[in-house]
Design a protein around this ligand. Structure first.
Ligand SMILES: C[S@@+](CC[C@H](N)C(=O)[O-])C[C@H]1O[C@@H](n2cnc3c(N)ncnc32)[C@H](O)[C@@H]1O
Length: 294
């Protein structure tokens, strides 16, 4: 069964208010790939929220200008509390936008109850949404800041483990932990080698590239780090699950004509997720058509 039509409005108001105007000038694969990534992760995220009946916490590590809070609020799918972490400089920019743009601040105020809402230049803490400025490489500092923002750490088996590999991480009741990430994959083939060389030419060494050999090595990495179940699918597969009418619309918007190159690129990124999960919450992908990992 293909994925259901994408939820909400992908060109939503929050995105317009948070993203720089120059974003519209990015071309081709970048935006089409971004679209596939957002839809793929959204699908898994929403399946998780429905399974937990929103009785969970979400910690979005490296959230950047993500507009997830506003989208989940619109869809009545807010978790018990949603946390975001990014560098203090990025967080300061996001908070400035929130403070100065009522369509962004109003939903935060509406969902807040109790003591007064805390908002300064580097952090925001409301009943349902919290933004923390921290460097993910310093996990004790991060843990302290998240606790101050009332992250219920009793739900976590190990905060440090989560920081190792998450782009977006979910915590639910009963110690369940589900994690998503979007790393490279198939890096041992010729195309992968060219990607690595291109990065090296820009003085960027891809840390941990050895585990990016295949989908299997990505799953192994998660299992070796203490997760109980792991799944991985490449982005081309994710793309094929998306509603085809919507895919056609996006491809036309982007004038996507170099299909072969796009497909190769998509085969070199994946979504992988893992869980520690007595109630099988990690198995959120069961409706994906042709999914090889279940
Ligand atoms: C590729 S962006 C992804 C943004 C968002 N999660 C998304 O999917 O659109 C990566 C984000 O991670 C943040 N980031 C990278 N390294 C970080 C670190 N060490 N500490 C905190 N944030 C970090 C960057 O500032 C950036 O906003």
């Amino acid at each position: 069964m293909p994925l259901p039509a994408p939820p909400g409005n992908p060109d939503g108001q929050a995105a317009k208010l948070l993203l720089p105007a120059c974003f519209a000038k990015y071309k081709l694969f970048l935006l089409t790939g971004y679209y596939a990534r957002v839809q793929g992760v959204s699908y898994l995220l929403e399946a998780f929220l429905k399974k937990t009946e929103c009785n969970c916490q979400i910690v979005n590590l490296g959230a950047g200008m993500d507009t997830l809070f506003w989208r989940l609020k619109d869809e009545n799918l807010l978790p018990r509390k949603y946390f975001e972490v990014d560098f203090p400089m990025i967080v300061a920019r996001k908070i400035h936008n929130i403070k100065s743009k009522p369509p962004l601040s109003k939903p935060i105020i509406e969902t807040h109850s109790g003591d007064s809402l805390l908002i300064d230049s580097h952090s925001l803490d409301s009943s349902r949404y919290s933004i923390v400025g921290a460097d993910l490489r310093f996990s004790s500092d991060l843990e302290e800041k998240l606790k101050k923002h009332k992250l219920d750490v009793q739900q976590l088996e190990s905060l440090t483990k989560l920081l190792l590999f998450t782009a977006i991480t979910f915590f639910s009741e009963g110690g369940t932990v589900l994690s998503h990430s979007l790393p490279e994959v198939n890096m041992a083939d010729r195309f992968g080698q060219i990607m690595i060389e291109n990065l090296q030419r820009r003085q960027c060494n891809l840390a941990g590239v050895e585990v990016c050999r295949s989908l299997e090595s990505q799953k192994e990495r998660l299992l070796l780090n203490g997760w109980e179940n792991a799944h991985a699918i490449d982005m081309m597969k994710v793309y094929s699950f998306l509603p085809q009418a919507d895919v056609k619309r996006i491809e036309e918007l982007e004038f996507l004509d170099e299909k072969e190159l796009f497909e190769q690129l998509m085969q070199h990124y994946c979504i992988c997720w893992a869980s520690k999960d007595s109630s099988n919450l990690g198995n959120v992908h069961q409706h994906l058509r042709n999914d090889p990992s279940h």
